[in-house]
Unconditional design. Structure first.
Length: 237
């Protein structure tokens, strides 16, 4: 199957036709494929932009449609909507993994179904839609894909976000915000592992690992919550 056919199928799956096919191509190109084909740009830069575009769209939607919810509740709900699990679920909904350009090793190991790769590729795709068609169309695209996720998150109150829970706990107890840092990134492109650290001022609370930066930070937040809930935890100002 030639590259044009691949992109045509991808457009059909996502329900949009791009003006600049190169943007779509880049959004679907994983780092493992780029490493094997030096002329190809990976989707990592688009992923960076897409993360912010997604958060803006979801934030505005929650703010407008939930006028009675307080800031803390909105933050919890937003965190659940843009979580790694939610993004991977939405990516599978449009069979995004089937349209990714992956390196041979990554493809052989089933990378098209890995949560971190699906999450990152969806963020890259959202960025590509934004750059190709503008914020209005990108907003319609995101809200159409995430409508069920948003509804479920609003109904549940977004209670599963551990980073938000930790933030609320540290502000209430110590009047300080937790700070996250990625300590380590290792493994092949299709099996990346991340190690995150969470601190309160200069005191390291905990570390955590995961298949993406977000899941590693969530794991660190979970360990930190367990720590500060203990009766013997002392925080030195």
């Amino acid at each position: 199957m030639n590259q044009e056919c691949d992109l045509d199928l991808a457009e059909a799956a996502i329900g949009l036709e791009f003006n600049d096919k190169r943007l779509l191509r880049t959004a679907l190109t994983h780092g493992s494929y780029s490493a094997e084909n030096q002329a190809e740009d990976s989707n990592e830069r688009l992923e960076f932009l897409g993360d912010s575009v997604l958060e803006l769209i979801v934030t505005e939607e929650l703010f407008v449609t939930n006028p009675t919810l307080l800031e803390g509740d909105l933050a919890k709900i937003r965190a659940k909507v843009v979580s790694s699990e939610s993004l991977a679920l939405v990516a599978k909904k449009i069979s995004l993994g089937d349209h990714l350009f992956l390196g041979k090793g990554a493809e052989a190991s089933g990378a098209k179904d890995q949560q971190s790769i699906l999450e990152n590729s969806l963020e890259a795709l959202i960025a590509a839609v934004y750059l190709d068609k503008g914020l209005k169309t990108a907003g319609q695209f995101v809200l159409n894909l995430f409508k069920d996720v948003i509804l479920e998150a609003v109904q549940s109150g977004g209670e599963h976000d551990l980073k938000t829970t930790l933030q609320e706990a540290t502000v209430k107890r110590f009047n300080e915000l937790p700070v996250y840092r990625i300590l380590e990134e290792k493994g092949p492109m299709h099996q990346r592992r991340f190690k995150a650290q969470v601190s309160l001022k200069d005191k390291v609370l905990a570390t955590g690992e995961g298949s993406s930066k977000k899941t590693a930070e969530q794991a660190a937040a979970k360990e930190a919550l367990n720590l500060i809930k203990g009766d013997h935890f002392i925080f030195d100002y």
